[in-house]
Ligand binder design. Structure first.
Ligand SMILES: [Zn+2]
Length: 488
């Protein structure tokens, strides 16, 4: 992986190029994305280039999730990018939901195509068409397929990772004999998403069901995991849909059941995207830049040699030896050999969020020790070279744990219940975050709340007992406790 370029306008200027987080969160975010070299804008508006450092983070998230997808019995496959328009049109709600965001291919090989082709906004239509061919009997079920792919949804306002016209994701598509099985699958995936995001990315999430107005176009029910960003806005980090038999009926995915009757399958679909990288930035980052959880850090350790003039002879060999030792222990380590001042290198690797910095100079070598600095707490300590890999591993685990606990504490501090609608509005107008309040289940009431406060229902906890009391806005009997927030 290439080292970042030196700034052209003076060596220390790049750090001050980051807008302070408290001053302008949105600008801070864009500065971090650019300065840490995670992504860049492309010649096509709304599309982004994911640079090697950003892509390395994605690969680590992908590997962690792919392992879990396979361990739970799913297999990967690949379906085409282009979908005949007539297939997308088969499921009425689905086409209505996606129509405004669809891009078409109308010319191929220099000729106008007989039928327009859709650049997939999601793959239910093409996959449903194939499942209809593959499923005949209950013996063919369940089908548990996932694909890693790109999709295109035309967006008016975009922001790197959070909302881009093209994004990368995985989409799982399953078919089952019974509705109960499909519901179990939908929830199992939701739990798997929560576990992955919390364990690997140290981002706590709330699991729950979406309201009718926020569900996936064509689904029976949509569940989501929602995270709270550093500015108090929520981010939907993953969704899992119970499709019921809607797509099976539209695409005629039917099978002969155990009792010889002909039935339609029950479907699910579920996805997580490159937007997770945005979540990691906004949950953990600070005024100095990125703070990466060790599990998704392309480099968990950076070694910076310290020394005057002849450090290449005196310090570098030992630094290289330590790098090899740590790498042999399975750690991701880089050694910064460039001819820059150590202070400049420190700031740069802080900006790029490397969890641990290891400094080594002539005095450290005399003592057979190294100086280790944590990115999350900025604490420094001297560690003996003897047994270093084990000690580094322990520190990385502590950082991973601390980042999660810090994020949970922030989320809890910014989550409250509102007793009256006035209080509800006040909270959302002031310091934002999640507000939990009873809701009547009525879509027009939900819409009015959005008009009044800009907040939407993020989700409603699964399996909770029905709330006592009345809707926060209209005072009708409540059907659920809903988690409200302004969102990305
Ligand atoms: Zn209401």
């Amino acid at each position: 992986m290439a080292k970042p370029d030196k700034p052209k306008d003076g060596k220390d200027s790049f750090v001050t190029e980051i807008t302070p987080r408290s001053q302008d969160f949105s600008k801070w975010y864009l500065d971090v994305v650019r300065r840490a070299e995670l992504a860049d804008y492309s010649p096509v508006k709304g599309f982004m280039v994911i640079r090697p450092y950003g892509y390395a983070i994605w690969e680590l998230i992908q590997a962690a999730l792919d392992k879990r997808i396979k361990a739970s019995g799913h297999v990967n496959a690949y379906f085409p990018l282009l979908i005949p328009e007539s297939l997308l049109n088969k499921e009425a709600e689905h086409v209505e939901g996606f129509a405004p965001q669809v891009a078409y291919v109308t010319i191929g090989g220099g000729e106008v195509l007989e039928e327009k082709l859709v650049v997939r906004p999601t793959s239910e239509a093409i996959i449903g068409t194939m499942y209809a061919k593959w499923v005949q009997s209950w013996r063919d079920l369940p089908i548990l397929i996932n694909q890693w792919a790109n999709v295109v949804r035309w967006e008016k306002v975009t922001r790197p990772f959070l909302r881009t016209t093209e994004f990368l994701w995985q989409e799982g598509h399953t078919a089952h004999e019974t509705g109960a099985e499909a519901e179990t699958e939908t929830l199992n995936i939701l739990h798997m998403y929560k576990e992955t995001v919390e364990t690997e990315m140290a981002v706590p999430v709330v699991e729950g069901m979406k309201s009718e107005s926020e569900k996936f176009a064509g689904a029976l029910r949509t569940y989501s995991i929602e995270a709270l960003m550093g500015d108090g806005r929520a981010l939907q980090a993953g969704t899992s849909h119970n499709l019921g038999q809607n797509f099976a009926k539209a695409f005629d995915i039917s099978f002969q059941a155990r009792d010889k009757s002909v039935q339609h399958v029950w479907g699910t679909s579920w996805g997580m995207t490159t937007r997770l990288i945005g979540a990691a930035i906004m949950v953990h980052g600070d005024d100095s830049g990125l703070v990466l959880p060790p599990n998704i850090a392309p480099f968990q350790v950076v070694i910076v040699p310290i020394g005057r003039d002849n450090w290449r002879e005196t310090v570098l060999p030992k630094a290289q030896e330590i790098q090899r030792e740590l790498q042999a222990a399975g750690l991701r380590v880089t050694l910064d050999e460039r001819e820059e001042r150590p202070g400049w290198k420190f700031a740069e690797w802080e900006l790029r969020g490397v969890p641990l910095r290891l400094e080594i100079g002539p005095k450290d070598i005399e003592k057979s020790a190294v100086l280790v600095a944590r990115r999350d707490t900025r604490e420094k300590q001297s560690l003996p070279m003897d047994g270093l890999p084990g000690q580094i591993r322990t520190l990385l685990d502590a950082i991973q744990k601390n980042l999660f606990e810090r994020a949970v504490a922030f989320r809890d501090e910014h989550t409250q219940r509102a007793a009256t609608y006035d209080e509800f509005k006040q909270v959302l107008a002031g310091r934002p975050g999640f507000v939990i309040a009873p809701w009547c289940g009525d879509a027009s009431c939900e819409a009015q709340i959005k008009i009044d406060t800009q907040a939407t229902i993020r989700n409603m906890p699964i399996g909770g007992s029905a709330p006592a009391g009345h809707c926060i806005r209209c005072d009708k009997p409540a059907v659920a406790d809903a988690w409200f927030a302004k969102s990305y």
